[in-house]
Design a protein around this ligand. Structure first.
Ligand SMILES: [Ca+2]
Ligand SMILES: [Ca+2]
Ligand SMILES: [Ca+2]
Length: 190
């Protein structure tokens, strides 16, 4: 009986240790803690760049001189999981991507008051913008291509520009402007 107890105790300690270790691993894997808020260029397919912003307020700027030669900018640090994108700038607040087959830029802005801007010549690049604002009040501006802008929660401001755009304000009062082209506009009561 005593011998049995003696054996049982190390087993119990090992079990407690394993549980604690597992909990720590799970906490690290889930990203717990005050890590930096980043904008991530996700690993993904050719012809589509997928950008995931942070849960804070993000500014994402999209510019470039050719459709497949795009520069992302803003006020937050970028990180890239793609081989055809390079993070640049002294504060790493830019990313340059080169994908000759690029057709769509897919942006999830996440929580926070976010702003997405397509700028300069890139407005007429022909590259589509597919964007969702997430919760809170966001401003989403598309290109002259056929964009798909989704405000989600919060009082959002959507601008489709040219092309046959699909605008959806989502919940709350939103301000949606389709611009030229045959647009489909939903949930924009503001
Ligand atoms: Ca955000
Ligand atoms: Ca458009
Ligand atoms: Ca909304």
């Amino acid at each position: 009986m005593r011998q049995g107890l003696r054996f049982r105790r190390p087993h119990l300690l090992a079990l407690v240790g394993a549980l604690a270790c597992g909990a720590l691993t799970a906490a690290l894997a889930s990203g717990a803690g005050p890590g930096p808020r980043l904008i991530t260029l996700k690993a993904g397919p050719e012809a589509r760049v997928i950008l995931k912003a942070s849960d804070g307020g993000d500014l994402v700027r999209i510019a470039g001189s050719a459709p497949g030669d795009v520069t992302f900018g803003g006020d937050r640090q970028y990180t890239s999981q793609r081989t055809d994108c390079t993070v640049t700038g002294p504060a790493m607040t830019n990313a340059v991507c080169s994908d000759p087959d690029l057709e769509t830029i897919d942006v999830s802005l996440g929580d926070g008051r976010d702003e997405l801007k397509v700028e300069g010549d890139y407005i007429s690049s022909g590259v589509r913008i597919k964007a969702s604002g997430g919760p809170r009040d966001d401003r989403l501006r598309g290109s002259d291509a056929r964009d798909d802008l989704d405000g989600d929660g919060g009082r959002d401001e959507l601008l489709g520009r040219g092309g046959n755009d699909h605008l959806d304000g989502g919940a709350d009062d939103d301000d949606c402007r389709g611009g030229p082209g045959g647009d489909s506009i939903r949930n924009c009561e503001g």
